[in-house]
Ligand binder design. Structure first.
Ligand code: ZN
Length: 530
């Protein structure tokens, strides 16, 4: 891929070409016209808003031999040689050389400029300098030589020491407005003979978040292989999502339309859409909704949904399709009493989480029936071994402790929607000190827990877990009781991963009655023995 580097090609070479920072430019031009040049400036603002470009134009203009109304003439020696001017020194404080360069600059600062009026030091990302570099810079700023001008640029002014700030004239660079970015994209596309649809211009503008450099860099990448840019190209290359999809989903939440949400989210599960872009667009749209008058959902609901979506971005660190979490979150905002669905047999009062989990299961089935069977076979095997090993050392005290332990995990991880959605729907039914067996109402919850057991085990301080359905548990419990009745001795079996090792366990002598044993292992509310 060959980028045209549009940002550099279209970098402004005078104040008139700098877009979106009119106020700052006016003040700087007036300073030049009135010959009131300060010794230090600090340009503060988000990335890509023109700080470095402005610094370069300012350096060029104050060194111009014949400035016209605050603009460089473009014809004098200084203007013509601006690219090779040794008196304009750029330092990137974010790079490793920052400190050395600052030291060198301090050493050379007293030497007069080679052939310009001013030696101009442009220090980019100045907040990244070390404390010792700041100290050195401060000494210079306290007594600056007559011919020196500093322009410090930063995206994070809070990290610049106040002692430095107090010696600089400060300018705030604003995010560039959408209209200005759109105009610039259209202008450049015309110059570069790129065909671009209005929808695509809007989308690039959205993705650039008020940064011109980002907008042009996106345009660069999109135009590297083609001169025709449309919305599909952007969706494929940048994981964006069409606004119409966002509108549809939000309307569906308002109308309690389960199927529209599921259809749209399902499409995204199998697409290139970046869930973070999706969530960001949802939040932007919801925020707009909050200020409009025609809300079908309450302000509280909007606020909570926004926070829940933000939580997904902050907590997402597991290997599962993030759109499953998004779907779960959205469905929680449906009014269960009034869900619109065209599946007649579906119980409209069913808990939304359950609907979606069942749906996921049937989709997986459709996707790969064969593979699925294998997975559950393996899962089944590991569950059986763990259940057996749990029975060997199961105690009622362990069960009580396990239940408390699980409750604590949920309380301590309230932000982890995914973890909670699994654990809230399950309960420990039998436990030893190091193995818990969880029972759940739904197959889908069982599968999720078994697939993500490592994550849960870490939270449980490496107690091992396995999940089964409530129905399975009823029959397993019966089998266990029958086995004990028939004198069967449970022995520790090796886990699947350690097939080659065999762990021998001392024979367990059963002296207690069946009822006593059962009573020892199961809690009272679960036990049913005739
Ligand atoms: Zn000039």
């Amino acid at each position: 891929m060959e980028y045209k580097v549009l940002y550099r090609k279209y970098r402004p070479d005078n104040f008139n070409n700098i877009v979106g920072q009119d106020y700052t430019i006016t003040i700087l031009k007036n300073a030049i016209i009135n010959k009131k040049i300060a010794h230090a400036y600090i340009f503060n603002g988000p990335r890509g808003t023109g700080k470095t470009s402005t610094a370069k134009v300012f350096a060029k203009t104050i060194n111009c031999e014949n400035p016209q109304n605050g603009e460089a003439c473009g014809k004098c020696n200084s203007c013509l040689n601006i690219k090779n001017n040794p008196d304009i020194i750029e330092i990137d404080a974010a790079s490793n050389n920052g400190v050395d360069e600052i030291r060198e600059l301090i050493n050379n600062i007293k030497i007069a400029p080679s052939y310009s009026k001013y030696k101009v030091y442009i220090i980019d990302e100045v907040h990244m300098m070390t404390q010792s570099a700041f100290n050195a810079l401060l000494l210079t700023l306290e007594e600056p030589p007559e011919h020196v001008v500093f322009i410090l640029a930063t995206t994070n002014i809070e990290s610049v020491p106040i002692t430095i700030l107090s010696r600089c004239q400060k300018f705030d660079f604003k995010k560039i407005s959408n209209e200005v970015i759109k105009d610039r994209i259209n202008y450049i596309c015309k110059e570069e003979k790129i065909n671009i649809t209005p929808e695509a211009v809007d989308e690039i503008t959205y993705l650039s978040e008020g940064g011109m450099r980002d907008a042009l860099s996106i345009l660069d990448q999109l135009s590297s292989d083609t001169n025709n840019i449309d919305i599909d190209l952007i969706i494929n290359n940048f994981g964006s999502v069409p606004n119409i999809v966002i509108d549809n989903i939000i309307s569906a939440v308002e109308d309690n339309d389960l199927n529209i949400i599921k259809d749209n989210i399902n499409k995204m599960k199998n697409s290139n859409v970046d869930y973070k872009v999706f969530i960001k667009k949802m939040i932007d749209k919801l925020s707009l909704k909050a200020f409009s008058n025609d809300n079908k959902i309450s302000l509280d609901k909007i606020k909570n949904l926004v926070f829940d979506l933000v939580k997904i971005i902050n907590n997402y660190n597991i290997n599962i399709n993030p759109f499953i979490l998004i779907e779960l979150t959205l469905l929680e905002y449906l009014d269960n009493e009034n869900i619109v669905t065209d599946k007649k047999e579906e119980n409209t009062k069913i808990i939304s989480r359950e609907i979606i989990l069942d749906e996921n299961k049937s989709q997986e089935k459709e996707k790969n029936e064969e593979n699925k069977t294998n997975i559950s076979k393996n899962n089944n095997e590991f569950v059986k071994i763990r259940m057996n090993n749990c029975f060997v050392n199961a105690k009622k005290e362990s069960l009580k402790f396990a239940k408390e332990n699980l409750k604590k995990i949920i309380e301590n991880n309230l932000d982890n929607t995914f973890l909670n959605s699994m654990l809230i729907d399950s309960s420990v039914v039998v436990a030893s000190d190091d193995i818990y067996i969880l029972s759940c109402k739904l197959d889908s919850t069982v599968n999720l827990i078994n697939l993500n057991k490592t994550m849960i085990e870490e939270k449980l301080n490496n107690v091992k877990i396995a999940a089964i359905t409530d129905d399975e548990w009823l029959s397993e419990k019966q089998i266990y009781i029958n086995n004990i009745k028939n004198g069967y001795n449970y022995e520790i079996k090796p886990e699947i991963e350690e097939n080659n090792k065999t762990i021998k366990k001392e024979e367990k002598i059963i002296e207690d009655s069946i009822e006593d044993i059962a009573e020892k292992i199961f809690s009272n509310d679960k036990i049913e023995i005739e």
